[in-house]
Design a binder for this molecule. Sequence first.
Ligand SMILES: Cc1cc2nc3c(=O)[nH]c(=O)nc-3n(C[C@H](O)[C@H](O)[C@H](O)COP(=O)(O)OP(=O)(O)OC[C@H]3O[C@@H](n4cnc5c(N)ncnc54)[C@H](O)[C@@H]3O)c2cc1C
Length: 373
Amino acid sequence: MRRLILAGGGHAHALVLAAYAAQPLSDVELILISPDTHAPYTGMLPGVVAGHYRDEQHQINLARLVERAGGVQRLDRVAELDPEAKELRLESGEAMAYDVLSLNVGAFSGPVGLMDPRVAPVKPFGRFLPTLNEFFDAAGEGRVRPHAAVIGGGLGGMELAFAIAFRLRGAADARVTVLTRDVEPLNELPPRFRRRILARAPKAGVEIISSFDVTAVEDGAAKSADGRAFEADFFAAAAGVRAAPWVAESGMACDPAGFAHVKSTLAALGFWDHFAAGDAASLIASPRPKSGVFAVRQAPVLAHNLRQAIASGGPGAEMNYRAYHPQKDYLKLVSLGARRAIAEKRGVVMEGRWVWSLKDRIDRAFMAKLGGA
Ligand SMILES: Cc1cc2nc3c(=O)[nH]c(=O)nc-3n(C[C@H](O)[C@H](O)[C@H](O)COP(=O)(O)OP(=O)(O)OC[C@H]3O[C@@H](n4cnc5c(N)ncnc54)[C@H](O)[C@@H]3O)c2cc1C
C-alpha cells in the first residue's frame, strides 16, 4: 500500500479527486491535506463579491470529493517539507511520510510589510472574503467610509475592483480605486481587450491610479515609492503574489517568488515523485500567469501522472508520464461588476450581458462537474 498525499485543495486537486472518484486508484492510501472542508472556486469569486452569487454557490466540497475518491482528508496545513526523506510536517506538529506528493497549495498575495489592519491580502481567498464582508457591513452601518482600494492592477485586481464598486453602488460617497505600479495597466493583454476594460472603469465607478508603487500602508494611507499617499478605509492587496516559504526552504528548485519549478509533466525539477500544479507550480519551459484556467487544464495530466507514479513506485514511471502543454490563447473573461462581462480570444473582443451569461454557464458547469457546492 503506497501513500499519495495531495497537499492543498486547489482547483487541480479538486479535479484530480473527481477523476479518482470516477476511476479509483488501487492499493493506495490517498490523503488530502487542506485546512478547510471546502475551497472557493475563484471563477465565481467576483460574482460572490458583487452579490450575484451566495457564498455557498462557489464553495467546492472537498470533503465529499475526497470521500468519493476513497481517501481521507486531514484538516491541517503543510508547514515543512523534506523531499529527500519524503516526509512533511503539519502545522499541528505531526510528521507524515509519503511515497508520492503533489502540491496545489495556491499562493499568498500582498507585499510583505503591509501591516496596517485595514489591509487584507486577496490570497488565500478563504481568509479574504470574511474580511471584505466585514468592511461591507461596516460601510453599510456608517462605521467606516465606503472607500476601498485594490493594490495591484492585474486582471484579477481589476475584476475585484469592478465587483467591489458594484457592491457599493448606491452608497453615498463610495470610492473604489486601483493602485498599480504599472505606467500602463494591463499592458500584458492584447491592446483592444485592454483598452475596452480600461474604458469601462469610470462608468463602473472604478478609478485607476497608475505608477503608484505601494511600499507601505500606515494609518489608513498607502504610501508610494515616490512619496505620494492615498487614503482608504479598506485595502485589498492583490499584488506581490508569492509562494509559502516552506516550499523553497525544502530545497526544491523554485522561481524567484518561491514557486516550485516543474517540468512539462508537472513533476518537480529533479524528482519523479513530487509534483506541483496551479499557482504553486512554475513551468520551466513555458511560464504562464497565475490563473485558475491553467490549474484546471493541468488536472487530467496530473491525475494520470500521479497514477503512474503510484503504480510504478520508481523513477521508471516517468516514461509513462504525459506532458502538459499550456495553450497560448484561451478565452479570457472579465466580469464588470454588473451582470456584464468582456471576453477576448484570438484578438476578438466581445462584450455584453450575454458574455456574462456565458461565463455564468461555464462557472456553474465547473461546479456541477465537481458535484456542486
Ligand atoms: C480577484 C481574482 C479573481 C480571479 N478570477 C479568476 C477567474 O475568473 N478565472 C481564473 O482562471 N482565474 C482567476 N483568478 C486567478 C485564480 O485565483 C488562481 O490562479 C487560482 O485560484 C489558482 O488555483 P490553485 O488551484 O492554484 O489553488 P487555490 O485556488 O489558490 O487553492 C489552494 C488551496 O490550498 C490550500 N492551502 C494553502 N496553503 C496550504 C498548506 N500549507 N497546506 C495545505 N493546504 C494549503 C488553500 O486553503 C486552498 O484551498 C483570479 C484571481 C483573483 C485575485
